[in-house]
Design a protein. Structure first.
Length: 130
């Protein structure tokens, strides 16, 4: 089972891709709570060079609330991570966590429907990227 939803974007800059990712997430009801710039962090902390790589912590409040009502420790899987990274060939890859895969370890049938809905919304956001 794959643990992520992925798409390669061609002909976009890294900055254009990140802007579009945030916009598409917003259309699906997600806000970005966190943004981690891995390239910048690794340079600052380890003085190493790394490709452009950002992790966005996306949250859809309605689904987060439903999940937290069903399972009080589900917060360990929140928010949903979405990665934008520049590949060696210059292409931009966008990946989002597959909530079905991540929540599969939690044996709570109430979460199954929530995970499917979140998966559909994340897949829609990723698939709408161009």
């Amino acid at each position: 089972m794959s643990y992520s939803i992925n798409k390669i974007l061609k002909g976009k800059s890294f900055d254009e891709a990140t802007e579009q990712v945030i916009a598409e997430l917003k259309k699906e009801g997600f806000g970005v709570l966190t943004e981690i710039d891995i390239k910048e962090t690794l340079k600052k902390k380890l003085d190493v060079d790394f490709r452009k790589y950002k992790i966005f912590g996306a949250c859809n409040p309605q689904f987060a609330y439903k999940a937290l009502q069903s399972e009080d420790k589900i917060g360990v899987f929140l928010p949903c991570n979405v990665v934008v990274q520049e590949q060696a060939n210059g292409e931009i890859e966008v990946s989002a966590v597959d909530p079905i895969a991540s929540m599969g370890s939690v044996k709570n049938t109430d979460l199954e429907g929530i995970a499917k809905e979140v998966q559909q919304k994340l897949a829609s956001a990723i698939n709408n990227l161009n």
